[in-house]
Write a protein that binds this ligand. Structure first.
Ligand code: NAP
Length: 258
């Protein structure tokens, strides 16, 4: 019997088969979870629907997380379809390409606002909208990156957004704990996805990673999926407000030498 048998998961952020959210969707499905997927805009439907169908998932709904009405409509529809929900996965981030290279201090006011809105506030808004429909014992999960803790040139405003997302994870864990809901983050090592391709210098970072990380291997969406199963299952029943690194050990290094 799967670790997530009888549980329902709502997953935000599948853009294509390289998406971390897709690795998580496959892993949760393999452990018996029933899935609902949400994608950003109409343009993505053609790519996301066939992926969803390959896992027997027919709840495939658009939701641009910058809109409160869209979030409310999505939550309503999910509640109607599934009744109660056990797992919420937030695998969403956005910053303008021009904010992801050059010096951080050049970040524009609007670029800063947009990155924080899409990449951080959306987790708060989704948590608020879905918590009333979640079963005690449920789990919320978001995706972060080490650029929140240390400077990664080019990551810029997204590093600041991820620091805020990790802090939001702790505050949400505090708020939702009394409801029996857990909130955690996975900090993944670099993975080649659509979002990553917008980060200046990503290719170099990615290529050097495996020669520097203690485990000498790059991270895959399957690796993240495995950790997500743990954090969404009852195996992690007393873990909340944490950031779990899935990065081949990179974050323990104090000096970089291959
Ligand atoms: P991805 O496949 O491009 O996924 C990012 C998702 O965010 C896309 O589905 C994107 O949809 C969605 N999104 C952007 N703006 C949105 C909005 N307004 N409303 C709803 N959805 C929106 O890239 P990914 O690497 O898997 O990213 C998933 C998460 O993992 C992000 O939080 C990212 O920061 C994090 N992460 C990534 C890495 C890495 O190296 N790849 C490492 C650590 C953490 P559109 O494509 O339509 O915009």
């Amino acid at each position: 019997m799967g670790l997530l048998e009888g549980k329902t998961a709502l997953i935000f952020g599948v853009a294509n088969e390289r998406s971390i959210a897709w690795g998580i969707a496959q892993a949760l499905h393999a452990q018996g979870a029933r899935l609902g997927l949400s994608y950003a805009g109409e343009a993505l439907e053609k790519r996301v629907r066939p992926l969803a169908e390959s896992l027997g998932c027919d709840f495939v709904e658009p939701c641009d997380v910058t809109g409160d009405e869209q979030i409310a409509a999505l939550a309503e529809k999910a509640a109607q379809t599934f009744g109660q929900i056990d797992i919420l996965v937030h695998s969403i981030a956005f910053a303008r390409r021009e904010e992801l290279s050059g010096p951080f201090y050049q970040t524009s006011r609007e670029g800063f606002r947009l990155a924080m809105d899409v990449s951080v506030y959306s987790f708060v808004a989704l948590g608020r909208a879905l918590a009333p429909h979640m079963r005690p014992g449920g789990s919320m999960l978001c995706l972060t990156y080490y650029g929140s803790q240390k400077v990664v040139p080019g990551y810029n405003v997204m590093g600041v957004a991820k620091a805020a997302l990790e802090a939001a994870t702790r505050y949400l864990a505090h708020d939702f704990g009394p409801l029996g809901l857990r909130v955690n983050a996975i900090s993944a090592g670099p993975i080649r996805t659509l979002a990553a391709s917008g980060v200046g210098g990503f290719k170099t970072l990615y290529n050097q990673f495996a020669s520097l990380a203690p485990l000498r291997q790059n991270v895959t969406i399957e690796d993240v999926g495995g950790a997500a199963v743990f954090l969404c299952s009852d195996l992690s029943a007393r873990i909340t407000g944490e950031v779990l690194y899935v990065d081949s050990g990179y974050n323990i290094l104090g000096a970089l030498a291959g």
